[in-house]
Design a protein. Sequence first.
Length: 354
Amino acid sequence: MSEQSTEAPEPQPVLSPLTAAAVFLVLTIEPGGEDTVRDLLEDVSALQRSVGFRIPGGQLQVVAAIGSDAWDRLFAGPRPAGLHPFRELDGPRHHAPATAGDLLFHIRANRMDLCFEYTTQVMARLAGAVQVVDEEHGFRYFDERDLIGFVDGTESPSGSAAVKAAIVDADDDPDFAGGSYVLIQKYLHDLTAWNAISVEEQERVIGRSKLADIEMPDDVKPVNSHVALNTVTGPDGEEVKIVRANMPFGHASRGEFGTYYIAYAATPDIIELMLTNMFVGRPPGNTDRILDFSTAITGSLFFAPTAEFLDDLPDPPSGAAQVAADAPAAVNVSPGNGNVPAGDGSLGIGSLKG
Ligand code: HEM
């Protein structure tokens, strides 16, 4: 980064409010694809303006985040202090797998067309440089409910509490102040089993009422409820929070009903502690009841650097040019069934192109 600024670094839009639509795009970088990825990263916010400006009020917000292994392939210099590969968890009953991921694009808007067009532009730019691990389309389900019918996100902090929870502080990691750690996991729900229990039992699984979304009093809330196990306090006894932006996804005809879990935090430690509580148990063995109905099928950790970092990337690691030169020609991998649009990558809808 060439210029030093005295102002607080500008985070990417990690704290933007919940939207009606989102695309979660997870990619790995092909050997030799690093330069192409770097070029795209520098244009993340310009692309957001290009796509988003066409729909005033569409609220297109994009966060690009980088995985631990990819970080060293893309950048020389220091790395975010807490960045490491996702730590798989094997509890007495439940497993949290680690899955591949060099890049995450969290693309949010009030309309899916904006998310889709942005994804299309990204994939056109990255064609040949990446492999697609996962592309999931999330949607709003009634009043911010997940597909198990509970309002999801109520206790996720907002305002200055969200900044404290999700944004790296200059005192903790001066080189990466303003950034944020991002952890994703895809969960599939067994709705047949879930719907076979009563609403009262479901409420004891979550720790809140279903219709009115009110938290149970502590003396009523089961210790293995989702809310109880995700209430975590710091050394000073104060509750520590993370910022969550979960979205439902699925394919009703295939019986696939999911929650795309995505959490932003100033340190991965808090999210990992919550995951340990859920999968290993607090105390060990007292695992989260939600996991009797919901199975984690992916898990990756990323770091979302500041907007300034992306606009003005540090140099690539030395020897990167040689690696690029030595690498075999990258395979052209495209999303879905392989139809990356030609040319500028736009589908042309709404464009003035002939
Ligand atoms: C199957 C996936 C999940 C579903 C359906 C789900 C759903 C919910 C719901 C309905 C609530 C209560 C309302 C709210 O405050 O948002 C909640 C709270 C919460 N969840 Fe999850 N969640 C899932 C996974 C996770 C995971 C993996 C973590 C952490 C690693 C987590 C952390 C939290 C936290 C911190 C709260 C707030 C607790 C509080 O302060 O009251 N959730 N979740």
